[in-house]
Design a protein around this ligand. Structure first.
Ligand SMILES: Nc1ncnc2c1ncn2[C@@H]1O[C@H](COP(=O)(O)OP(=O)(O)OP(=O)(O)O)[C@@H](O)[C@H]1O
Ligand SMILES: O=P(O)(O)OC[C@H]1O[C@](O)(CO)[C@@H](O)[C@@H]1O
Ligand SMILES: [Mg+2]
Length: 527
């Protein structure tokens, strides 16, 4: 996740060293970095760290430099600094109107006790807590080749003692974009509750994602505690969602025309990119608007955070599908249960549902290539499973094995590639294979795609949504903009959106979690 790019520093390195470094870099970046001490003892080459450099996204650091760590940390601090409306405006804060104590009116500092329950702007949470001793350690994410310990602090989320908006004058808007996700209504509800607690009276919902900003005939919806009180009891989005949309400038024109001061944006990677573009455009136009995102996606594919809301619920629902496939397969003669689960770029749902169900014999994810045919292919393993236990269950992520299929060449309204259907392909291949070898096989295919994301949030997601929604409002009142409200390393924090949208988060095949999944399924390597 840490953007560590190692570079050879030309004048210091021989061609041989450069070649060695190139392969070390490849191994390092792909998680299979071979033991450096072993290489040294074989006297293959001089220690490479002399030539190694570490690059974070903004500044290139040379590990020969005795101050590289300090420089790295300064760079980190500036990257994770939270953009604020105070960067463009010389604003005076006022005491918050959000009080944790009831029956008191806060008119100024004199009414605030020593203990106040607020979060200080200097409070930080540590993003990474494992000290890896080697890049070969399971799941290692190292900043340099020696895995030096570098503190990576991020800003703690929560209510501040001072705020930058007059609640009575604020117009706040909420928009939900992308695909559906359990918990959207919980977050909308909490944002409304918290805004009202601050004293905001003008709260609106933008219907059907970013589309609601420009599509004629779509009217903003006034929101209040009374209106959203029970929306968490249903799945979906009270406001509606959509993909695709207008240009950022048109959205900001609309924000300006509607006189919106705070925009809360619920969505995945694409939505976050959109929210950041809106934030930048507001900045360019010198508008006093706080744009705060809340990461939503059942795919759990957003960088740096422990999980996105909706993921837990999706996994819970997905394992119900797996359980049905198990029951079908177990009850049939030579039954094969096949379940396809969502995950556009990553296999988190498939991996977690396989782990939680404990009923999966083969889990296939996009991060780990596999073959179906041949001696080491999936089909041979299914033959083995039918022989040894009489039935089996396969769980495949929708983006897995795309190299085995013809590209659809199509994209959706947001520009996301429409994947070819690996589930249907595998169903056909399995049926054909067992017919060809003359072994009876009863294949039961389950595609619970939209069922796993249309349900209401489970208990743990409902709590996550509550915290993230409330913190989004606190972040806006604190003047931040271009941030997302999330959970990192079990703590609730704000991250600049720019840091979470550089790529989709993917399952690390070298992680303990994937290894646990393999231990649980007992599957071999399929290539
Ligand atoms: N790079 C981008 N810049 C600006 N807007 C974007 C960008 N990518 C996507 N969007 C907009 O964000 C919205 C949601 O994007 P998308 O459909 O990719 O869903 P998502 O937020 O990634 O959620 P999901 O996890 O459901 O895919 C769309 O309206 C789309 O037009
Ligand atoms: O069919 P839709 O609504 O475009 O969404 C499908 C995609 O949305 C997600 O649920 C969330 O990104 C993906 O897993 C899936 O590929
Ligand atoms: Mg997306």
């Amino acid at each position: 996740m840490m953007a560590a790019v190692l570079k050879t520093s030309g004048s210091f390195c021989s061609t041989q060293q450069q070649h060695f470094q190139q392969s070390r870099r490849d191994q390092f970046l792909h998680g299979s970095y071979s033991n450096f001490k072993h290489c040294k003892s074989k006297k293959i080459i001089k220690p490479a760290p002399l030539c190694a450099r570490v690059t974070s996204s903004k500044v290139e650091l040379d590990v020969k430099d005795p101050y590289w760590k300090q420089k790295f940390q300064e760079d980190w601090e500036s990257r994770f600094d939270l953009p604020s409306i105070t960067d463009i405006y010389d604003l005076k804060p006022r005491p918050t109107t959000f009080s944790l104590k009831k029956n008191r009116t806060l008119t100024g500092d004199e009414n605030v006790d020593m203990w106040n329950g607020y979060v200080n702007n200097d409070d930080r949470a540590l993003l990474k807590v494992i000290k890896y001793s080697s890049p070969t350690s399971a799941g290692a994410e190292c900043v340099d080749l020696d895995c030096s310990w570098v503190e990576q602090w991020v800003h703690r989320a929560g209510p501040r003692k001072e705020i930058y908006y007059e609640p009575e004058e604020v117009k706040a808007a909420i928009v939900t974009c992308g695909g559906l996700c359990p918990g959207l209504n919980d977050v909308i509800r909490q944002i409304v509750f918290t805004l009202e607690t601050y004293g905001v009276k003008n709260i609106v919902g933008i219907p059907f994602g970013y589309r609601g900003f420009f599509e004629k005939g779509l009217k903003e919806m006034p929101l209040s505690r009374g209106l959203v009180e029970n929306i968490n009891l249903n799945g979906g989005s009270f406001l509606g969602v959509s993909r695709g949309g207008a240009k950022t400038s048109e959205i900001v024109d609309s924000i300006q025309a509607r006189r919106i001061d705070m925009l809360f944006v619920l969505g995945g990677n694409g939505t976050h990119a959109g929210a950041n573009a809106i934030h930048e455009e507001c900045r360019k136009r010198k508008l006093k608007v706080s744009v705060v995102a809340v990461p939503k996606t059942i795919d759990n594919d957003i960088l740096l955070m422990d999980k996105t809301f909706g993921f837990d619920t999706a996994v819970e629902e997905a394992q119900r599908a797996i359980n049905s496939a198990y029951i079908e397969a177990r009850s049939a003669y030579h039954g094969i249960g096949l379940v396809k689960l969502m995950g556009r770029s990553s296999g988190f749902i498939a991996m977690h549902a396989s782990l939680s169900s404990g009923q999966v014999d083969v889990c296939l994810i996009p991060e780990v290539p596999f073959t179906l045919d041949g001696e080491f292919g999936v089909l041979r393993q299914l033959e083995h499973l039918l022989k040894s236990k009489g039935f089996c269950v396969v769980c495949v992520a929708e983006a897995a094995g795309q190299d085995l299929l013809q590209e659809s060449g199509a994209t959706d309204a947001s520009g996301n590639v429409i994947l070819s259907d690996i589930g249907v392909h595998m169903q056909q291949k399995i049926k054909m294979h067992f017919k060809d070898i003359g072994v009876p096989a009863d294949v039961k295919y389950i595609d619970p795609t939209y069922m796993v994301r249309a349900c209401r949030a489970n208990a743990s997601d409902a709590i996550l949504c509550t915290v993230l929604g409330q913190n989004a409002v606190h972040g806006a009142f604190a003047g931040f903009s271009g941030i997302t409200s999330c959970i990192c390393n079990t703590h609730y924090v704000y991250l600049p959106i720019t840091e979470v949208i550089t790529a989709p988060k993917r399952v690390n095949p070298n992680s303990r979690m994937w290894h646990r999944c393999l231990t649980s399924t007992g599957q071999p390597d399929f290539h």
